[in-house]
Write a protein that binds this ligand. Structure first.
Ligand SMILES: Cc1ncc(COP(=O)(O)O)c(C=O)c1O
Length: 435
């Protein structure tokens, strides 16, 4: 859409913060080609202001509810991003002892962090308890052991599996009856028996049904399961409804209507409080909702290759940097940042890894030339976090833009990173080595 002489806002319904101004794509007023020049592609680029905007949106939607937002840290644990969130006064949901450490290093207080592990060792649970962090236990054996060790001395929360099938892909649908996650809602009697026997103090209930769920009805169906279960626990201080809110990955995508959901939640919550006899806090754990659209993955074109059937754009990246398209069949929109006015052509955008790692097939991009920077959208959530050193490649750098300034928040890796922790032993000579 043309606004004024040179300004085009990309797909305004998607609300991406990247803009084309004076023939240059910009983020918070900074040219992304300049950023690439300064920090070198491949590069994850995050718009911190967009992340804050998403928090504000949630707060305004849920303003009539006692809401606590716990960012699902696994989506993006760069410590500078965590710091930005800590400064906004939200909390964290974490899934490993290491994420607890990162949260504390970023300045979160233990009471602002929730630990939602799946099948971890009891030693890990104990280590997190020692740090003063609330745990969402996700199995009956863990609950029993917790009761034996702590009895009523350490309050705890329970992750419930609501038996609801929902999510954008089977791998990220985690609240159904066949899923490994949570304690089945059908096992409520066993839960209550253990709680009574071990005199456990249950302070919270937790649920997370899946990712990429747009339908408000699904969230309400799950909320009703939770409100019903909650009546069996007398000391609740919170119910945690997890994350999974859907954002747009491409034009026309359905997204979760947060205002409508909050409105429905409000009436169900009011009824629950009346029945329960007191108020509890409402927690949500958005991951993608806070960081997906704020992130861009910038890669450089190594080769444009014509075959009888297709034109391939080979970039200096692959499934080692962004695995979502290959792992979840996720659609990531993209554009040619270097040639915004080139003729539109159809390309297959592929990586350099020694297996098929396609970022996008049959995509319309402005003419791509060697050296052009391709910008892949929605890369903020589960992008860098799922990257690896496959093919012994370096992982990319990360840059955070906030209030018009760019900051390097993770440097490119080097051979030192590839070799760290490796020990060179020539096993054919090992017996001969004199100590
Ligand atoms: C327990 C828990 N909470 C929250 C989330 C965040 O989900 P999303 O990024 O879809 O909001 C996840 C994601 O897997 C999760 O496992």
């Amino acid at each position: 859409m043309l606004i004024g002489k040179w300004v085009v806002i990309l797909e305004p319904n998607l609300k991406f913060s990247m803009k084309l101004t004076n023939h240059q794509y910009q983020i918070q007023g900074l040219s992304i080609l300049d950023i690439c020049e300064q920090y070198t592609a491949p590069l994850y680029l995050y718009d911190g202001n967009k992340m804050v905007e998403q928090i504000d949106l949630l707060r305004s939607a849920y303003q009539d509810l006692p809401l606590k937002i716990k960012f699902a840290a696994k989506a993006l644990t760069n410590i500078s991003v965590l710091k930005l969130f800590q400064k906004q006064g939200i909390g964290l949901d974490v899934v490993s002892l290491q994420e607890v450490h990162l949260g504390l290093l970023a300045g979160f207080l233990p009471q602002d962090i929730q630990f939602t592990p799946s099948g971890v060792s009891f030693a890990e649970i104990q280590a997190v308890v020692d740090m003063g962090v609330m745990i969402n236990l996700d199995s009956l054996p863990a609950l029993e052991k917790f009761g034996e060790v702590y009895g009523s001395s350490v309050p705890v929360s329970l992750r419930i599996n609501p038996h609801v099938m929902a999510g954008g892909n089977a791998k990220i649908s985690v609240g159904h009856i066949d899923s490994k996650f949570g304690i089945s809602i059908a096992q409520l009697p066993q839960i209550l028996a253990v709680v009574k026997d071990k005199q456990l103090t249950i302070k919270g209930l937790h649920v997370h049904t899946g990712s990429d769920i747009f339908a408000g009805e699904v969230f309400m169906q799950v909320a009703n399961v939770m409100f019903k279960a909650a009546k069996h626990f007398k000391n609740l201080q919170f119910i945690d409804f997890g994350g999974g809110f859907k954002v747009a990955y491409k034009k026309g995508d359905k997204t979760t209507d947060m205002h409508a959901l909050a409105k429905n939640m409000h009436s169900a919550y009011a009824q629950f409080c009346e029945d329960y006899g007191k108020k509890v806090d409402i927690y949500i754990e958005p991951g993608k909702f806070l960081v997906s659209e704020a992130g861009y993955f910038l890669v450089k074109t190594n080769v444009v290759k014509q075959t009888p059937n297709a034109t391939f754009v080979g970039v200096d990246s692959g499934l080692n940097h962004l695995i979502r398209p290959m792992f979840y069949d996720a659609y990531h929109d993209m554009f040619n940042a270097s040639n915004p006015e080139g003729d539109l052509q159809t390309y297959n955008i592929v990586g350099y890894i020694c297996e098929t790692d396609t970022f996008g097939n049959q995509r319309q991009l402005n003419e791509v030339r060697e050296g052009d920077i391709i910008c892949i959208k929605n890369a903020g959530a589960y992008g860098f976090m799922m990257s690896s050193n496959y093919n012994s490649r370096f992982r990319p750098a990360e840059v955070l833009v906030y209030n018009g300034k760019s900051h390097l928040i993770r440097q490119h890796e080097t051979m030192d990173d590839i070799l760290r922790n490796q020990i060179l032993v020539d096993v054919t000579e090992a017996d001969l080595v004199k100590v």
